[in-house]
Design a protein around this ligand. Structure first.
Ligand SMILES: N[C@@H](CCC(=O)N[C@@H](CS)C(=O)NCC(=O)O)C(=O)O
Length: 236
C-alpha cells in the first residue's frame, strides 16, 4: 500500500503546535510548510485554494486536506496506530468521553475564553485588530478559571491524564490551552503543575516546540493559592 505524503502548514502558535505534537507522538514523517499567522502567508492564492478559511494549521494527506487543530489531531489518531492518541471508537464510553473533552477544551477554554482574551488584549494581544475590550477580557479570564475547574476535578482524582493513564489528543489540547493561559498572565491552580510537567516533559512535545519554531518552554508559574509568589519553573 502506498503511503501518502503528509504536509503540515503553519508554525508559531498554540494551535499549530498541536498538530506538530501529534505527528511527533505518532512518529510520522511529514513536510512542514512554516507559514505564519497574520503575515499575509495565509492569504495567498495558493494557500487559499487549499484552505479557503485562510487559517493555520492545515494538514494535507495526499489529496485530502483538513483544518481545525482538534480535527487534525482526531484524524491523525484514528488513521495512524489507532488507539495510541485516542480511544478506539469500539470502546464507546471512553471514546465518547474523549470527544467530550476535546469539544469542551476547544469551545469553552480556547474559543470562548482564551481567544477572547487574546483578541481584545493590548500588548501581546490583538486589540489593534479586533478592538480593545477590557470588560470582555476580564470576564473571559473569570470564565476560563470557572471552566478549568472541570478539568481540575478529574486530575485531582489522581489521574495522570484526562482519560486516566492514557495520554490522548485531549491532553494535547488542554496542555496548549494551559500554556497559552500562563503566557497571558492567568493564574492556574497548582494541581496542574505536575500535569504540565508530565505532558510537556514528553520528548514529542519538546520536538514539536522546535518544529513549531518556538524556543524551549520556560515560564514563571503563579499559583492561585499564593498569588504573590512567583516560582520560576523551567519546563523546557
Ligand atoms: N479553531 C481553529 C483556529 C485557527 C486559527 O485561528 N488560526 C490562526 C492562528 S492561531 C490563523 O490562522 N489566523 C489567520 C492569520 O492570522 O493569518 C483551530 O484550532 O485550528
Amino acid at each position: 500500500m502506498m503511503t501518502s505524503i503528509l504536509t503540515l502548514w503553519g508554525v508559531g502558535t498554540g494551535r499549530t503546535i498541536r498538530a506538530h505534537w501529534a505527528l511527533r507522538e505518532l512518529e510520522l514523517e511529514y513536510v512542514c510548510k512554516p507559514i505564519l499567522a497574520r503575515s499575509g502567508q495565509t492569504n495567498t492564492p495558493e494557500y487559499t485554494s487549499l484552505n479557503p478559511r485562510q487559517k493555520i494549521p492545515l494538514l494535507q494527506d495526499g489529496a485530502f486536506t483538513i483544518g481545525e487543530s482538534a480535527a487534525i489531531l482526531a484524524y491523525l489518531a484514528r488513521k495512524n496506530r489507532s488507539g495510541l492518541l485516542a480511544p478506539l471508537p469500539d470502546d464507546e464510553i471512553r471514546y465518547a468521553k474523549w470527544l467530550e473533552w476535546c469539544f469542551f477544551i476547544v469551545s469553552e477554554l480556547d474559543a470562548t475564553s482564551l481567544y477572547v482574551v487574546r483578541r481584545h488584549s493590548t500588548g501581546k494581544g490583538l486589540a489593534h485588530i479586533y478592538g480593545e475590550a477590557p470588560t470582555a477580557v476580564t470576564k473571559a479570564k473569570e470564565y476560563f478559571k470557572a471552566q478549568l475547574k472541570f478539568a481540575q476535578v478529574v486530575l485531582s482524582d489522581e489521574r495522570r491524564y484526562l482519560l486516566g493513564n492514557q495520554f490522548t489528543t485531549a491532553d494535547i489540547l488542554l496542555t496548549t490551552c494551559l500554556i497559552w493561559a500562563i503566557e497571558y498572565g492567568l493564574s492556574i491552580p497548582e494541581i496542574f503543575l505536575p500535569y504540565l510537567e508530565r505532558t510537556t516533559g514528553r520528548p514529542a512535545y519538546r520536538a514539536a516546540r522546535e518544529a513549531n519554531c518556538q524556543p524551549p518552554l520556560g515560564f514563571a508559574f503563579r499559583t492561585e493559592e499564593e498569588p504573590s509568589v512567583d516560582r520560576a519553573r523551567s519546563l523546557g
